[in-house]
Design a protein around this ligand. Sequence first.
Ligand code: APR
Length: 226
Amino acid sequence: MKHLVILTGAGMSAESGLKTFRDMGGLWEEYDVTEVASPVAWENNRALVLRFYNERRKQLYEVEPNKGHLGLAELEKYFKVQIITQNVDDLHERAGSTNVLHLHGELKKVRSTLDPSLVYELEGWELKEGDLCEKGSQLRPHIVWFGESVPAIDEAVPIVQKADVFVIIGTSLNVYPAAGLLNYLPAEVPVYLIDPKPAFTSRPNVKVIEKGAGEGVRELKKIVTE
Ligand code: APR
């Protein structure tokens, strides 16, 4: 089976009702990223950071995977599918995708502030001040904040280098190193971009499907399985 590699961003989950970051009314319009998604914010205003992620985690229990997520899970019948996502939701997994690499962490997981190798599934949606790891230190969201390294990128690069087909869905390609993954794609690999307002990519002959994830994945499936 050919390798189908898919890079997804917040737009992938938009039709499930989760806000993107940089669209009109997106999360970064509502919050100053430096106040809720950075190590400095965690030091200076821990209650706000905890609330920001608790609100998003709570919402995750109220939404479902959309047709786009389900369509990608379907493609595992035709390809060896590897999803590389910037999203911290679990909608790809809940739709049935079995190979999902989270570049920016996972909302339903928390980790020790003393020992980052201690990662736990959070019971319920609320992480509170005073919730401690087994070594007695405060638990934090298992999310890559601005200014922090992206350890999963080392695992993502060889996956991209092995792609036979590459698909980009619902990302403005604004954030590195995620957006830089495109540079590791062999020149001959066909690239599809699914986005109602497609981000600019300097790569030649990208096939743009100017649609939302649900419709776009349906169209993609017709193209790549014919
Ligand atoms: N279907 C597909 N794409 C959509 C849809 C939809 N229904 N609605 C919006 N989009 C597209 C937008 O046009 C935009 O190109 O999704 C993209 C969302 O871009 P961003 O909001 O910038 O989200 P993303 O690219 O995932 O951000 C990357 O930035 O803030 C950090 O860590 C955060 O992982 C995030 C990273």
